[in-house]
Design a protein around this ligand. Structure first.
Ligand SMILES: [Zn+2]
Length: 185
């Protein structure tokens, strides 16, 4: 069903459009890797929604980043595809936000160690982002949240630099997600 899903994948050094020749090789690599990811979502609305047990929360216009990891069957590719599909019946916290937002890009780290909680804890301390919804995506851990607000301005390279600043390594950027969302069944 998703055999045509072939997103652009960039290493951090490719963010300025250089070394495009590496794109195809890295795209193939995504099919078989596990790791930690940061999914960037764009909201164009200001709306109040109810998110499961979290209750009523406000969604602002601007960019959000959601932190997760994928070490099970399907790996990062399967998980990102899951996030790209909008669910009619939301289950996870992120599903509620996805129906209101457009996916912009995902940063993935292929470090063999699960880093999602490290990243979430570090971002919660970062002055570059805010934590608008406490406990979002963090029902099963002690992190303040796994969702952060980047503000209204954002760029691919700035998000990459933010992740590097909190210690993320082996980073690659999966771009062009909005187009893939439109093509999924
Ligand atoms: Zn956590």
């Amino acid at each position: 069903m998703d055999s045509q899903w072939d997103p652009e994948v960039w290493s951090l050094g490719c963010c300025q459009g250089k070394r495009r020749d590496n794109r195809r090789a890295m795209s193939s690599k995504l099919k078989a890797v596990f790791g930690t990811y940061a999914l960037v979502l764009e909201s164009t609305c200001r709306v109040t929604i109810t998110v499961g047990a979290l209750g009523t929360v406000q969604v602002l216009p601007g960019f959000y980043v959601y932190i997760g990891s994928a070490f099970g069957p399907g790996g990062l590719r399967g998980r990102l595809l899951n996030h790209l599909r909008k669910r009619n019946s939301p289950h996870w916290h992120i599903d509620y936000l996805r129906v209101l937002t457009m996916p912009a890009e995902a940063w993935i780290s292929t470090e063999p160690t699960r880093r999602e909680h490290d990243w979430a804890l570090a971002l919660a301390e970062s002055p570059a982002v805010s934590t608008p919804i406490s406990r979002f995506g963090a029902s099963d851990c002690r992190c303040p949240s796994h969702l952060f607000y980047l503000g209204r301005s954002w760029s691919r390279s700035s998000c990459g630099r933010l992740l590097v600043s909190i210690g993320a390594s082996s980073l690659e950027c999966v771009s062009g997600l909005a187009g893939w969302e439109m093509s999924l069944p």
